[in-house]
Write a protein that binds this ligand. Structure first.
Ligand SMILES: NC(=O)c1ccc[n+]([C@@H]2O[C@H](COP(=O)([O-])OP(=O)(O)OC[C@H]3O[C@@H](n4cnc5c(N)ncnc54)[C@H](OP(=O)(O)O)[C@@H]3O)[C@@H](O)[C@H]2O)c1
Length: 450
């Protein structure tokens, strides 16, 4: 079936031919007959723009297709859909705006750009009767954007809880396993390896799961971009990454993983957005989660997203959150959707935009339980002082355990679990704890999901 304007082909322009771009190109080449039957016209890669023309490519394209001239790609009237898979805020943002201005639909995998500027970009595309699709921007091959934009639309969504960064989940899984092994060795009187953060990061880098510069992942920024996108769609209000409280995983120590294990928890970098009567609280931080929860059992580079809607109850999406093939699956699905709309001559695309302005609250409004590890002088009456300080701020202790007593230095680590308390109160208590002469340092402070 030709397009409404009589064409039997739809032109695609790729900006970027790296991990994702080459996966997309390969799928389009290898499955072209199947896609043509699905869409009703053939999807043809007219141009693929890269930075470095001499770099070897993981996919072979017809001669003359690969170019370093993005301007020519954007100006090519034979290109109907631009696929932006180069990443970064700029010049990707400019290229997408230019593509829209020249009447082309856009597919992008760019989480940073969509998280920061998606609302404006989508509105501009809509004004011109075009669409920007971004399924690949969150969770690689896991369907998340389409469910949030369509399948869950009838719901009032109250929470999104996610493990949405494979690099950090791999590192945390390694640290948890190392803690378990170390404890087993210690019980047998053997000296365990350190199993610390740096070791786990190095291994992740060797396996290609972490970038040479892992900052964006380990500091939680990547997860915050993805949470901003999901929260904006789920709550139908604008949630900017700068409104998300973001903590990374670099401060975690093997002692925290051991304590978590003993208490029946996993430590995961959780991206959580919750809607309360007062507003939305969104955070990315390493968090205790009971081992009985499905998210606690999502290990390695896997991702999972749990969404609670008032009609659906809790739904769970899980799978490979990155990589050439899973991500290309999401990009190509968006491409097929847009191509089909072109074939049908559907000029008007269903618009998605925020509906209202729900307040985004600071973390001091959060109410949850907390895990603290406090290094103290090992002498009588210390625990009473700590309990009193917490109590003065209306933070009550649910359980306490003395760990790692150093008899020579006369110090001990206290592991404390609190009952539910206001974050503002806990922070004030921590500031006061740090001033007590018996407290050497507050070594760890993590929130506990129930
Ligand atoms: N990798 C994943 O698993 C994954 C998963 C989900 C989403 N994403 C997102 O997908 C996007 C692409 O990621 P990737 O992993 O495929 O990146 P990548 O492997 O680094 O590839 C980037 C591509 O863009 C090209 N490029 C960069 N700057 C350019 C410019 N100014 N002009 C023209 N071409 C340019 C590069 O050209 P050269 O090859 O010549 O350097 C390269 O081909 C990012 O937004 C990323 O966040 C990636």
């Amino acid at each position: 079936m030709p397009t409404k304007d009589g064409r039997s082909q739809i032109g695609v322009g790729l900006i970027g031919l790296g991990v994702v771009g080459s996966g997309v190109a390969r799928a389009l080449l290898e499955r072209s007959d199947y896609f043509a039957r699905q869409v009703g016209a053939e999807l043809v890669i007219r141009r693929a723009a890269v930075r470095n023309l001499t770099r070897p490519r993981a996919v072979e394209l017809p001669p003359g297709t690969i170019t370093n001239d993005v301007e020519a790609l954007l100006a090519d009237p034979a290109i109907d859909i631009v696929v932006e898979v180069m990443g970064g805020e700029e010049p990707a943002g400019t290229y997408i705006r230019r593509a829209i201005a020249s009447g082309k639909h856009v597919v992008t995998a760019n989480k940073e750009l969509i998280a920061k500027s998606g609302t404006e970009l989508l509105a501009e595309a809509h004004r011109r009767g075009l669409d920007i699709m971004f399924e690949a921007s969150v969770g690689g091959g896991i369907p998340l954007i389409a469910p949030l934009r369509r399948d869950l639309l009838a719901n009032r969504i109250s929470s999104i809880r996610a493990i949405i960064n494979g690099t950090t989940n791999y590192i945390l899984t390694r640290m948890a396993n190392a803690a378990a092994v170390a404890e087993a060795l210690r019980r047998q009187g053997l000296e365990p390896p350190t199993g610390g953060y740096q070791e786990a990061l190095r291994e992740a880098q060797e396996l290609g799961y972490a970038e040479p510069d892992p900052t964006n992942d380990v500091q939680g920024h990547d997860a915050a971009y993805k949470l901003a996108i999901m929260a904006t769609l789920g709550f139908r209000t604008r949630v900017h990454p700068s409104q998300i409280h973001t903590e990374g995983i670099t401060q975690l120590s093997p002692s925290d993983f051991l304590a978590a294990l003993e208490l029946g928890y996993a430590i995961k970098l959780l991206a959580i957005a919750e809607r309360t009567d007062q507003g939305i609280i969104a955070r990315v931080a390493p968090t205790f989660i009971p081992l009985s929860e499905p998210l606690a059992r999502v290990d390695g580079v896997y991702n999972a997203v749990q969404i609670h809607g008032d009609l659906t109850g809790t739904v769970l999406f899980q799978g490979r959150g990155a990589g050439s093939e899973p991500t290309s699956s999401a990009v190509v699905a968006d491409l097929l959707d847009l191509a089909h709309a072109i074939v049908l001559g559907t000029r008007e695309r269903k618009y998605w935009g925020p509906e209202g302005d729900i307040p985004i609250l600071g973390l001091e409004h959060l109410e949850t339980r907390y895990y603290l590890r406090v290094k103290v002088t090992d002498k009588p009456g210390v625990l009473a002082q700590i309990a009193r300080t917490l109590g003065d701020h209306h933070v009550s202790i649910a359980a306490v355990n003395q760990k790692e007593t150093d008899t020579d230095a006369r110090t001990a680590d206290l592991v404390i679990m609190t009952h539910r308390a206001r974050e503002g109160a806990v922070q004030a208590a921590l500031r006061e704890l740090a001033t007590l002469p018996v407290v050497i340092q507050v070594s760890a402070f993590l929130r506990v999901e129930s």
